[in-house]
Design a protein around this ligand. Structure first.
Ligand code: ARG
Length: 281
């Protein structure tokens, strides 16, 4: 007799994302351990790799909006860091480092023009890099960028319960480098990037979560975009791709080696314009 484990059927949800082309991408300063300003960067290659990511999102049926890039803001391609968007509410980021601080004004302008009412943050807060909505709550990272006090500010602004998670490893400086939301009840994460207490919190919320190996975390495999079915992640994350496949997700390998030199992957390029469920088509 053979026993088969039921693999859940996963449905994709059509989403909208805000992306910013890496027109002025460079590694000119080091604000995370991945960045080496003395190394070579090919901006043309970065643009081509980013275009493939954008086209893949469109081919999957998602809507992609464009944030106009601004000169002298080489990290602006990481649009997910510029704001938190939850149920159509927008809290614009307040960047920790002065090098990225002016990006917030570009986000505020875009959201205003798009008909949102963007709110300003008083405390350091790096948007969807550290705030990820899932299952009626928002998971929030604190560490080198977003402060724990900023979680309370975000809770009031976004109107959802915020669950605080503490990051411990400088390589995983944003929540979205150490954890990805896959569906409304499933996540994948790297336990070694969180404190023991945060691991207990995550285990209680997601007892069946996919756990990343050291190797998959070290290629930024957790910086992934999921629509509930398709999961776009770096093609170097072989272990995670196999686990995702076994769980009924469809992993799609993407290549962003130039952007990795700044410490970013697919997820930080795509700010999800998260709408309240009733507003979804
Ligand atoms: N160089 C950028 C920074 O350090 C990379 C940001 C990537 N974003 C992310 N959510 N991981 O701010």
């Amino acid at each position: 007799m053979t026993t088969t484990t039921a693999v859940p059927c996963r449905d994709a949800v059509r989403r909208s994302y805000l992306l910013c082309p890496p027109t002025y991408f460079a590694v000119e300063y080091a604000i995370n351990p991945w960045m080496d300003p003395s190394g070579p960067v090919d901006t043309g290659a970065a643009l081509r790799q980013w275009q493939t990511l954008r086209d893949t999102l469109r081919e999957l049926g998602h809507q992609v909006e464009t944030l106009p890039p601004r000169p002298r803001l080489p990290d602006m391609v990481f649009a997910a860091n510029g704001a938190s968007v939850v149920d159509g509410r927008v809290l614009v980021a307040r960047f920790r480092h002065p090098e990225r601080a002016p990006e917030a004004a570009a986000h505020r302008t875009w959201f205003r023009r798009a008909g949102y009412r963007p709110m300003a943050a008083q405390l350091p807060n790096e948007g969807q890099g550290d705030f990820l909505p899932v299952g009626g709550r928002v998971l929030a990272g604190s560490g080198p960028r977003t402060s724990a006090a900023a979680h309370r500010e975000a809770e009031a602004a976004l109107g959802r319960r915020v669950v605080s998670l503490r990051l411990t490893d400088p390589r995983y400086y944003h929540l979205d480098t150490a954890l990805a939301v896959l569906s409304e009840d499933q996540v994948m994460y790297y336990p070694a990037a969180f404190t023991p207490e945060s691991n207990r919190t995550l285990h209680a919320l997601f007892p069946r979560a996919i756990l990343a190996t050291d190797q998959d975390a070290a290629v930024l495999g957790l910086n992934a975009i999921s629509d509930g079915r398709h999961v776009l992640l770096t093609e170097a994350a072989h272990g995670l791709a196999a686990r995702l496949h076994a769980e009924g997700f469809v992993p799609i390998g993407v290549r962003l080696p130039e952007l990795l030199k700044a410490g970013g992957g697919p997820k930080c390029c795509a700010l999800e314009l998260h709408q309240a469920p009733r507003e979804r088509p």
